[in-house]
Design a binder for this molecule. Structure first.
Ligand code: PA5
Length: 435
């Protein structure tokens, strides 16, 4: 068990499948993987900027982000963030986890996302949500050439021009490469406010750059706390001791289980607000590890909802699953089961729960599910969070990023590229007649 920043990693549920002696045998390889990352060597060494990001972000950097965020908030009732993959998932995940994605009366703009696909119906729904409210668009693309956000941005841009005329450019913020790509050229030609995605930080590792920080700050997230949590986790994770470094331990255990045939990892939460965090995790791990016929397939479930659908498979289906629980002890809602309403003695059979909080009941559901899945032959890890706040999320994000860096090294793949993503693009562009 390792505990830091209100996050506890419990690997006791893996012991039956990965005995301590086998975990220890993997330790030298895991330590070597971590050392390679810190030394800046090995595959993908040009993309290690995320490692020191939490400590290299200055007060000035945060001040610039906050100033732009406040300008957006003063100008717009709704912020449309345009991006795909690593260019939107992190911000969307943090907003959803904090329950800040569009709360009326918060004094900050509602945040909507566009360019996350090519479905016309979905984009139309987003446009309908904008309605006639004042809008700001934050367009995010490292390459500056990705089709999905480029198409959505062209449509949104036309709407802004029709509505605001010469004032449209002041309603656009572009986050992109320092010098390359169509978005950079457009931003300079039109005079948009711009932020740079560092060269050495890939999309899925970019939530602590302006990619995540600008939309999050605009929505009212305490980005200094987010970065502070990541910094605290980064400091702890310099240790190469499996008993101290949670990223190292998590990466090593899940890899050890993979070598024993547990080739799918389910991240199972008991908190509806964490669903998009789980989507971010799936992208981070799937795009980083799934290469050369290798990699743990990342899946996710939200319990107890999915216990009434996928629960059967997890309990009793093919035994290739390992499960990591993401449980939150305290949601801060204070909701509890009321006492009986005087309708007679225990009419709905719930008197045994009277006065008990939903948090307590949900936690028992977590503990019970974990025991059941273990008994069903699923090795289980626990990631237990005291609460969900910006600092905890920053720490969790960094822990996962480092774990996937180590995991890629253990698997023998470059975790920082995504060559497979090009294959669909080539076919799609051929069919579309791209010159
Ligand atoms: O993690 C990644 O690198 C990808 O998911 C990218 O973020 C995604 O493909 C979007 O790319 P871009 O930011 O260049 O538009």
């Amino acid at each position: 068990m390792i505990e830091h920043e209100g996050i506890r990693l419990d690997i006791s549920g893996a012991g039956e499948y990965l005995p301590a002696s086998e975990l220890e045998a993997l330790e030298p390889r895991a330590m070597a993987a971590l050392a390679e990352l810190h030394d800046g060597t090995g595959p993908g060494a040009d993309f290690l900027g995320w490692l020191d990001l939490p400590s290299s972000i200055t007060a000035d950097d945060l001040g610039n982000v906050q100033a732009e965020a406040d300008r957006i908030a003063a100008q717009a009732e709704v912020l449309a963030v345009v991006g795909i993959g690593g260019s939107y998932l992190g911000a969307r995940a943090v907003l959803a986890a904090l329950g800040l994605d569009g709360r009326a009366g918060s004094g900050r703009p509602e945040v909507v996302f566009a360019g996350t696909g090519l479905c016309g119906a979905t984009l139309q729904q987003t446009l309908d949500r904008l309605g006639d409210r004042d809008v700001h668009v934050c367009v995010i693309s490292k390459s500056g050439t990705t089709l999905e956000p480029a198409v959505a941005f062209r449509i949104l841009r036309a709407g802004l021009a029709a509505r605001y005329g010469g004032g449209a450019a002041s309603r656009i913020t572009a986050v992109t490469d320092a010098s390359r790509g169509a978005l950079r050229r457009l931003a300079e030609a039109e005079g948009y406010a711009t932020f740079v995605i560092p060269d050495d930080v890939g999309g899925r590792f970019s939530v602590l750059t302006p990619v995540g920080l600008v939309p999050l700050a605009a929505a009212g997230v305490d980005v200094a706390a987010l970065v502070g949590g990541a910094r605290s986790m980064a400091e702890l994770c310099r240790s190469d001791d499996l008993r101290v470094n949670p990223a190292l331990l998590y990466a090593t255990v899940r890899y050890g289980l993979y070598t024993k045939g547990f080739t799918t990892e389910i991240l199972s939460s008991f908190h509806g607000g964490m669903q998009l965090m789980q989507e971010w995790w799936k992208q981070l791990f799937g795009e980083s590890e799934g290469k050369q016929g290798r990699g743990i397939f990342p899946a996710s479930t939200v319990f107890t909802t999915d216990l009434h659908s996928l629960g059967q498979y997890i309990q009793d289906g093919r035994r290739v699953l390992q499960e990591t629980f993401l449980a939150v002890r305290e949601t801060g809602t204070g909701l509890a089961v009321p006492g009986g309403g005087g309708e007679g003695p225990d009419p709905d059979g719930l008197d045994y729960l009277a006065g008990r909080s939903l948090d307590e009941i949900n936690w028992k559901a977590y503990e019970g599910t974990r025991t059941a899945h273990l008994a069903g032959g699923v090795p289980c890890l626990g990631l237990e969070l005291d609460r969900v706040d910006a600092r905890t999320l920053g720490a969790l994000i960094y822990m996962f990023e480092l774990a996937v860096g180590i995991g890629g090294r253990l698997l023998g793949v470059n975790p920082f590229d995504q060559p497979g993503v090009e294959t669909y693009k080539k076919e799609m562009f051929r069919l579309l007649g791209k010159p």
